[in-house]
Design a binder for this molecule. Structure first.
Ligand code: HEM
Length: 456
């Protein structure tokens, strides 16, 4: 008899039977863009349709994805729609800059993200997670894992890239980030309509205060480090912040660009990984047979291997669960580009100015590319199966020149954090654990992830 359990199918919007009208699109995009997509966006290799203010292309076919992000990347700029959301916040940071500014910045930051340098962060990632996890020893009430993982990944970011030297009260900071994502982290209806820029955007008005707060924190963090550099240059940390400040000057970064990158990395460097961890722990709790396998692996490896860096490659089941969570709930659900000139791929026409959606969200759930696309099945990523997945059908970190600079950092951090947390505690879903995925730049669980935590 086949005793294989029925896989868990986690909550997600069903593809719409029919595409939404233009008016409905404006409301849906404001509420939750993940709810916008109709059947063809999940079934077809590509689609082209008139959007509210410009043509929309949904690119699901791995060959087309490669064409847009790699082979013909020179003909694609960052999409106007995405820039309208992100640039007011991040200005000329790495995620939103283009051309020479982007090239200079990416080159300046590369030394921090070499494999060797990132591996050097492993002890810190471990130490901070152990410290963080102590709170669960006495946990009597359920905790919101979504919030907790945000605290944890932010703490790790600050302790690694910034050596703990930031002018920030974490709870206040994270509160502002949450408000910023809730306000400015979505498409403003006026932007969708491409209304003139002088018309005030409701999202920007509401986001003004948290944004001003974040900018103030960044300026204070730089001032703190400069003071330290003046007082005791020999002993100041050699970290990401030091590197950015050294890159400032003629031929390098401007002061404004340094500030923009601090905001960018404070944001991009923790929110995404927190979402990955939260969704992984949730999915495992809802599929106890998978959780058992992962826990057994972690117990074995953690008991035998004191060096947390070695865990990263020694736990294939744990990695598979994490990768499957990144498939079902990609923290960055959309990667958007825009053709500079008309383009053709395999007979498919991409008009100049179209908003091209390379969406991990729909590609990862595409009916033609995946079996049981909506089910949580980590075995797809087990060794032996993993190799069969096309490089361009699984894109949690994007692809091409603009691939996530923090991908290895994030994977290492998540594996070490899962090793520490799951070896010590069991996370169980409760009646209140009813998350709904919502796009606010990242894929967030609306309703949070309240869970019961017990010592294993
Ligand atoms: C699970 C965690 C993460 C996910 C899923 C993720 C996802 C992505 C994706 C999809 C892109 C490409 C965007 C595009 O092509 O338009 C990207 C870019 C970027 N990511 Fe990540 N990211 C994660 C963690 C991190 C971390 C930890 C950092 C920093 C420490 C980081 C910093 C950045 C930056 C600065 C870019 C812009 C790169 C460029 O345009 O050159 N990310 N990320």
């Amino acid at each position: 008899m086949d005793t294989k359990p029925v896989p868990f199918v986690p909550p997600a919007p069903k593809p719409r039977a029919r595409p939404a009208s233009k008016l409905a699109t404006i409301a849906i995009v404001y509420r939750n863009s993940l709810e916008l997509w109709a059947e063809p966006a999940y079934n077809e290799p590509w689609i082209l349709f008139p959007g509210v203010s410009s043509a929309i292309v949904v690119a699901n076919d791995p060959g087309l994805v490669r064409h847009v992000l790699v082979d013909n990347a020179a003909n694609y700029r960052l999409a106007t729609g995405r820039q309208l959301i992100l640039r007011p916040i991040l200005r000329d940071g790495l995620l939103t800059s283009e051309g020479d500014v982007w090239k200079r910045s990416r080159k300046a930051m590369a030394p921090v993200f070499t494999p060797r340098h990132i591996q050097g962060f492993a002890p810190k990632m471990h130490e901070r997670t152990v410290k963080f996890a102590a709170r669960y020893e006495r946990a009597e009430e359920p905790a919101d894992i979504a919030k907790d993982m945000t605290m944890l990944t932010f703490d790790i970011l600050v302790e690694t890239l910034f050596s703990g030297e930031v002018a920030i009260e974490p709870e206040v900071f994270l509160d502002h980030v949450e408000r910023l994502l809730e306000t400015m982290g979505r498409m403003d209806p006026l932007d969708l309509l491409r209304a003139p820029q002088w018309l005030p955007r409701i999202t920007h008005l509401r986001g003004r205060r948290p944004l001003a707060h974040l900018r103030k924190i960044v300026a204070e963090t730089i001032a703190l480090r400069e003071k330290r550099l003046r007082a005791d240059p020999g002993n100041a940390p050699r970290d990401f912040l030091a590197l950015l400040l050294e890159a400032e000057g003629p031929g390098g970064l401007t002061r404004a660009e340094v500030e923009d990158n601090l905001i960018t990395f404070f944001g991009a460097g923790h929110e995404t990984t927190a979402r990955a961890l939260g969704w992984t722990i949730y999915l495992l709790a809802k599929a106890p047979w998978e959780r058992e396998r992962v826990e057994a692996e972690i117990d074995r490896v953690v008991a035998r291997e004191p060096d947390p860096l070695k865990w990263v490659d020694a736990m294939p089941f744990t990695r598979a669960a994490l990768e499957e969570a990144l498939r079902l709930y990609p923290p960055a659900p959309a990667i958007n580009r825009e053709p500079i000139e008309d383009d053709v791929y395999g007979g498919f026409f991409l008009p100049k100015g179209a908003q091209v959606f390379v969406m991990p969200w729909t590609i990862h759930r595409n009916r033609r590319l995946w079996e049981e696309p909506d089910a949580f099945l980590p075995e797809r990523f087990h060794p032996g199966n993993r190799e069969k997945i096309d490089r361009y059908q699984y894109l949690p970190f994007g692809a091409g020149a603009r691939i996530c600079i923090g991908a290895s950092f994030a994977m290492q951090e998540a594996m070490i954090a899962l090793g520490v947390l799951l070896s010590r505690f069991r996370f169980d879903a409760i009646a209140a654990t009813q998350p709904w995925p919502v796009q606010r730049l990242t894929t967030q669980p609306r309703g949070g992830l309240p869970m019961r935590i017990s010592r294993r």
